[in-house]
Design a protein around this ligand. Structure first.
Ligand code: SP5
Ligand code: ZN
Length: 345
């Protein structure tokens, strides 16, 4: 299985995030990608390739023009117009009783308008790294179009919390959606995105909620108990033409492999009924028992079984890295998913 990775992705180096009511060391750090890259090389999953340049039209298929203008000009405005050299966090959101139809002109208002959390710092090279991450997803998708039966896009920063015009949850560009759009643009009719990250993929759900060409399935911690708090319930089934093409499988805190495996069986049955041309896995590894911010209980060996369950769908599969934070076993867990997949494939 080819692995796609760009070192430009390491240029996003957040220092601190707001968490537990205080500034804490950021967890979505370059070290995550380095741990995973060395483990998949060690496990001889496949050869590592740099991505080609990102196709611009894919960006506009996923994100709004206003959002792309904001992100691509943000650091210039923040640093040169305002003289701010520290990384940026938003302060005030248009929640209940506020208006959302007026995009503010000033930069602090815009930071809030285009975000949903204060845990996702924007720094000088964030957008460049996010573009490289999206290019990594696109290059993986191109391998499936070329006839490969699997590929691994080692994307970082992650993408599944990013909606058409909102960043947050450490995500800026929705990489899984970039890959889905690349496959559709190359002639695929139906794509499934199966999101196994510990957190609900609210951004991916938002992008595809009204569409029937992309089925979205997410296994995650119950939003009543966990971030992103406001989306990911089981009664969210899609709307309009998309009704029936969104499936949320929330699980309780403390979930271990047997219950996660049951949810995987439900998911794979739904995928087989939909019969997609390709499967995209939003591969979060934060369901691990020792993940520093999460509360599921998957063990290192369980990730082999997870890969095998994905292989049982028997559909060309692109793995797109999402969350999973820097602990020693992170790389082994990732390699285990890919090994488990390859053994059963
Ligand atoms: C891609 C992805 O996995 N994004 C997750 C974003 C989660 N951000 C909020 C984390 C809050 C963690 N609070 C618990 C810290 C443990 N003390
Ligand atoms: Zn996550």
């Amino acid at each position: 299985m080819d692995i796609v990775f760009s070192p430009d992705q390491l240029k996003h180096q957040p220092g601190q995030e707001l968490s537990d009511g205080a500034f804490m060391p950021a967890v979505e750090i370059p070290r995550r990608a380095e741990i995973i890259l060395s483990a998949v090389q060690e496990a001889q999953i496949g050869e590592v390739f740099a991505p080609g340049p990102l196709s611009e039209p894919l960006l506009t298929r996923v994100h709004s023009a206003a959002y792309l203008t904001f992100q691509s000009t943000f650091w210039q405005r923040w640093s040169q117009e305002l003289g701010r050299e520290h990384e940026a966090l938003p302060l005030c959101w248009p929640v209940r009783h506020f208006r959302r139809d007026q995009q503010p002109k000033d930069i602090d208002g815009q930071l809030s308008y285009f975000s949903f959390d204060a845990g996702t710092p924007l720094g000088p090279h964030t957008w460049q790294a996010a573009l490289s991450s999206a290019a990594t997803a696109e290059s993986g998708a191109k391998r499936l179009t070329a006839g490969h039966t699997s590929a691994f896009s080692l994307c970082r920063p992650p993408g599944h919390h990013a909606a058409p015009d909102i960043y947050g949850g450490y995500c800026f560009i929705n990489n899984a959606a970039i890959a889905a759009e690349a496959l559709l643009a190359s002639g695929a009719q139906r794509i499934t995105i199966l999101d196994v990250d510990y957190h609900h993929g609210n951004g991916t759900q938002a992008i595809y909620y009204g569409r029937q060409d992309v089925q979205f399935i997410s296994i995650h911690a119950d939003p009543a108990e966990e971030f992103p708090h406001f989306l990911g319930y089981g009664d969210e089934i899609g709307e309009g033409a998309g009704e029936g093409y969104n499936l949320n499988l929330p699980l309780q805190l403390g979930t271990a492999w047997p219950d996660f495996a049951d949810a995987m069986s439900t998911a794979t049955q739904a995928i087989k009924r939909f019969a997609p041309d390709s499967l995209i896995i939003s591969l979060g590894l934060d369901s691990f028992e020792k993940d520093p911010i999460s509360k599921f209980k998957l063990k290192t060996a369980d990730f082999v079984a997870l890969g095998a369950k994905i292989a049982a769908v028997k559909t060309p599969t692109l793995f797109v890295l999402e969350g999973g934070y820097a602990v020693d076993d992170l790389g082994t867990n990732c390699a285990n998913v890919l090994t488990g997949f390859l053994q059963e494939h």
